[in-house]
Design a protein around this ligand. Structure first.
Ligand SMILES: NC(=O)c1ccc[n+]([C@@H]2O[C@H](COP(=O)([O-])OP(=O)(O)OC[C@H]3O[C@@H](n4cnc5c(N)ncnc54)[C@H](OP(=O)(O)O)[C@@H]3O)[C@@H](O)[C@H]2O)c1
Length: 333
């Protein structure tokens, strides 16, 4: 049976503008960093992506190196497009990136024009696409002139491989310099992807003011701190199917320290009082920033997507809820 997207998928998802651009993003985006690799169950991947699209999520985030093995998330997404989503291509914002190690030798990493153009060509092949909507430089390269990397993004857009350019993991100062260069080139630079959540607040002082000033949209990755800001680890649990218990990735059981657990438990109390899950509180807290257009979640189950979608349908955090969160987080960064 051919997949038919839910008829009511645009009923309740907000679509904020991405900065001062015409591009609108679903307030929740789905990332394929984890759970979409070559060893992950394909039917489950399909169920998660279909659930997301049926709920009005239009923005799907990939990178050349997502897997493992690197490249396999893009291949799987290509299969999902071919089987289910190709008829809906114009309703989707497909994003990919390059900037981390992808192939051996001097041309498979960082920020040269040589690497970025070749990598995007490979990504397009893996996904079976003619273009992506957003192409990001994944991390700053201290050894390549910023002008070269930005000229590569400009070329990529002008060549039709991408519609918009973005950067990720750049600090405020480098973001301002990138924006100036891309403005000079006339490149549609619309988005910055940064780690931002209740446990990582550095963007508030360094980056978000630059985004507001420049009119660039923010998309916050790991808004749930890879699952720490959910009910997964409450009470000291370490579920066998959780990211921290798995062998892939960077979240390890030792990151769940007694101090962190105490913070998470206290935040969960505030969430419960406000009628939210902890994940919903964490997402609402990120979304209170005017420059954040979308929260970029990961999911190992369709239910987690539904939980996030519900979060953006709820009322924004009230002043007293924000104050209660601040009282717990006070001093953390
Ligand atoms: N630009 C960059 O450098 C960069 C870096 C990292 C990520 N990203 C992007 O951001 C995306 C999201 O990152 P992330 O996966 O770390 O995001 P996250 O949303 O902070 O964490 C996702 C994980 O949290 C758990 N979870 C999610 N919703 C839940 C819920 N409602 N209840 C309970 N547990 C829940 C799941 O873990 P379990 O597996 O334990 O169920 C899920 O895999 C990535 O896929 C990628 O696209 C970009």
């Amino acid at each position: 049976m051919m997949y038919q997207a839910a008829a009511d998928r645009y009923g309740s998802m907000p679509y904020p503008h991405c900065g001062r651009s015409g591009l609108r993003l679903s307030a929740v985006s789905l990332g394929l960093w984890h759970n979409f690799g070559g060893n992950d169950d394909f039917d489950r991947q399909r169920w998660i992506v279909r659930t997301a699209f049926d709920q009005g999520i239009t923005c799907f985030d990939l990178a050349n190196n997502y897997g493992p093995p690197p490249g396999s998330a893009e291949e799987n997404f290509g299969r999902l497009l071919a089987r289910d989503l190709k008829p809906y291509r114009d309703e989707m914002v497909v994003c990919t990136k390059a900037g981390y190690t992808m192939w051996p030798g001097p041309y498979g990493d960082w920020g040269s024009r040589k690497y970025l153009v070749a990598s995007l060509d490979q990504s397009l092949k893996r996904m079976g696409l003619d273009y992506v909507d957003i192409f990001y430089h994944h991390r700053p390269d201290p050894e390549t002139p910023l002008e070269e990397t930005m000229a590569a993004l400009d070329h990529i857009v002008r060549s039709g491989r991408a519609l918009y350019a973005g950067i990720s993991n750049y600090n405020g100062e480098r973001t301002a310099a990138a924006a100036a260069e891309l403005r000079r080139l006339g490149t549609p630079f619309v988005i910055h992807q940064m780690r931002y959540n209740m446990l990582v607040r550095q963007p508030e002082t360094d980056l978000l003011p630059v985004l507001e000033r420049e009119g660039i949209g923010g998309i916050a990755f790991s808004p749930l701190a890879q699952g720490l800001l959910t009910d997964r680890y409450l009470g000291g649990a370490l579920p066998a199917d959780s990211r921290a218990a798995g062998s892939v990735g960077f979240l390890k059981p030792e990151h769940i320290t007694p101090e962190r657990l105490a913070t998470i438990e206290a935040l969960n109390e505030i969430a419960r009082t406000g009628g939210r899950t902890l994940a919903q509180l964490a997402l609402a807290w990120v979304r209170r920033q005017p420059s954040i257009a979308s929260v970029l979640i990961g999911a190992s189950k369709p239910q987690q997507v539904l939980d996030a979608v519900r979060a953006v349908q709820m009322a924004p955090l009230a002043g007293d809820e924000i104050a209660a969160v601040e009282a717990i987080l006070g001093g953390q960064s």
